[in-house]
Write a protein of this length. Structure first.
Lengths: 113, 116
């Protein structure tokens, strides 16, 4: 079956612009996670959805970051007024329930010039 | 808050040999899960092995095994009969059971090179 997919694979934007990153989880997975991986580091948690609601958004670094999952499937991570420090790989993962294995997508590499 | 530390930024091993990757963690919880993930250049994280803290027996998955020392808060990964396809970045990760949420907390990673 299909795994977690993320689009775009790569995104280059200019400082100050708005970007949206999309995650398509495995069909039927109710739990969805976003992580950010800066160069040479391990992924850091951003936000966790259970169904349509954000069950834990404590990892979002500031109010420029926002994520939605309106129908409990696809999720979009939105970043306003991008800064060079936002450059990283953004990883999405999904699981069939919160404490089951998380399956990761290939990530979106965001570069802010 | 929990922290995970991988003190070996890089490791190398000869093909067919055995290598051990180190991981330590800090937590005040008694029940939790520990994981090793592999990240090849494709960026996709792949679960290698998982250990539940309440289980004393070390987990094993084919050529991969762990040495879980709960009192020492140590969780090392042993790769036996190393293959060229094992070359990747390896991350140790922690997940709480007791607190709400199921986020993974990752270490900094160890880049493994396998020499033919």
């Amino acid at each position: 079956g299909a795994g977690v997919s993320q689009t775009p694979s790569n995104k280059v934007t200019e400082k100050g612009k708005y970007v949206e990153l999309r995650c398509d989880p495995i069909s039927g997975h109710t739990a969805l996670y976003w992580y950010r991986q800066s160069l040479g580091q391990g992924p850091e948690f951003l936000i966790y959805f259970q169904g349509t609601g954000a069950a834990d958004d404590s990892g979002l670094p500031n109010d420029r970051f926002f994520a939605v999952r309106p129908e409990g499937s696809v999720s979009t991570l939105k970043i306003q007024r991008t800064e060079r420090g936002d450059s990283a790989v953004y990883l999405c993962a999904s699981s069939s329930s919160p404490y089951n294995e998380q399956f990761f997508g290939p990530g979106t590499r965001l570069t802010v010039l | 808050a929990q922290t995970v530390t991988q003190s070996q930024p890089e490791m190398s091993v000869q093909e067919a040999e055995t290598v051990t990757l180190s991981c330590t963690y800090d937590t005040s919880e008694s029940d939790y899960y520990l994981f090793w993930y592999k990240q090849p250049p494709s960026r996709q994280m792949i679960l290698v092995i998982r250990q539940e803290a309440y289980k004393q027996q070390n987990a094993t998955e084919n050529r991969f095994s762990v040495n879980f020392q709960k009192a020492a808060k140590s969780f090392s990964l042993k790769i036996s009969d190393s293959q060229l396809g094992d070359a990747a970045m390896y991350f140790c990760a922690y997940r709480s059971v007791e607190t709400s949420g199921s986020r993974l907390t990752f270490g900094e990673g160890t880049q493994l090179t396998v020499n033919p």
